[in-house]
Design a protein around this ligand. Structure first.
Ligand SMILES: NC(=O)c1ccc[n+]([C@@H]2O[C@H](COP(=O)([O-])OP(=O)(O)OC[C@H]3O[C@@H](n4cnc5c(N)ncnc54)[C@H](OP(=O)(O)O)[C@@H]3O)[C@@H](O)[C@H]2O)c1
Length: 231
């Protein structure tokens, strides 16, 4: 399954202050583009820390968008996502999936959340298996999705878009599973103690760094939108 990593950062590659404040680093126009990108994907994914800290809806909120919403996916090894989060509260209405290393928890499944259990790798979901499980689940849902075609100005590409945070971004990059990066960069500096867009990487050799080819750069309001594809 094609994986796109979306980053919304300061110039120095931070996604939040040290205290965790992240709303908003990029401006309104960049955020609209993120909604358009969501509309192009079958699923959007965050780590459980982002799901808890930001309490996001992960929905497409654009005028004229009537197609099925992308599935909202949380990487959550031990199913600690709280019931009161918007993701769980909306789970009966919108596809909501947790990828975990443990058996489905009734507290979450009763709330309408789908729990996909995969093997663990260093106590976290094995990522290739997680992508396979998600892709299988999405394919089984495809028939539900066909009746409502997206409006013409929304190109549907399928695949998964990762929306953070830094630990999850690092894991996917390190595993060589990121095919494209959509990087929104705001003209502000958050400093070294801000939360990094890409967490711990443990990379010693430049030769091992994942490399990307820049496809385009657009100005969106005061921000830059850089588009990359894996070399
Ligand atoms: N500027 C932006 O657009 C933006 C976007 C997103 C987030 N943020 C900010 O980023 C911060 C959260 O980022 P974060 O890096 O601390 O956390 P994160 O990446 O959102 O979540 C990390 C957690 O996900 C779980 N996880 C499961 N499988 C994983 C895997 N393979 N690799 C990594 N983590 C895995 C782990 O918890 P378990 O071990 O319990 O599973 C881990 O602690 C918040 O402050 C949020 O506001 C900003």
């Amino acid at each position: 399954m094609r994986v796109t990593l979306k980053l919304a950062t300061s110039l120095d590659g931070r996604i939040a202050t040290a205290a965790g404040e992240s709303k908003w680093i990029t401006g309104q126009k960049a955020r609209e583009e993120v909604h358009r990108l969501r509309a192009m994907h079958q699923a959007v994914l965050v780590g459980v820390e982002t799901a808890i800290a930001d309490d996001p809806e992960l929905t497409v909120r654009l005028p004229g968008f009537v197609a099925i919403q992308p599935a909202r996916v949380v990487l959550d090894s031990r199913q600690r996502l709280p019931i009161h989060t918007k993701l769980v509260q909306d789970a009966h209405r919108l596809d909501t999936v947790i990828i975990s290393t443990t058996a489905p928890n009734k507290r979450l499944t009763d709330a309408g959340v789908t729990v996909l259990q995969v093997d663990s790798q260093d106590a976290r979901p094995d990522l290739p298996q997680a992508l396979n499980a998600l892709s299988g689940w999405l394919n089984r849902k495809v028939s539900d999705r066909l009746p409502v075609a997206p409006p013409e100005d929304f190109t549907f590409e399928g695949g998964l878009m990762i929306e953070g945070g830094g630990q999850v971004a690092a894991s996917f990059l390190k595993a060589g599973l990121v095919d494209a990066i959509e990087w929104f960069r705001a003209p502000m500096i958050l400093g070294d103690e801000g939360r990094p867009a890409v967490g711990e990487f443990v990379l010693n050799r430049l030769a091992d760094a994942p490399r990307f080819k820049r496809l385009a750069v657009h100005e969106v309001g005061n921000d830059l939108w850089e588009r990359y594809e894996r070399l």
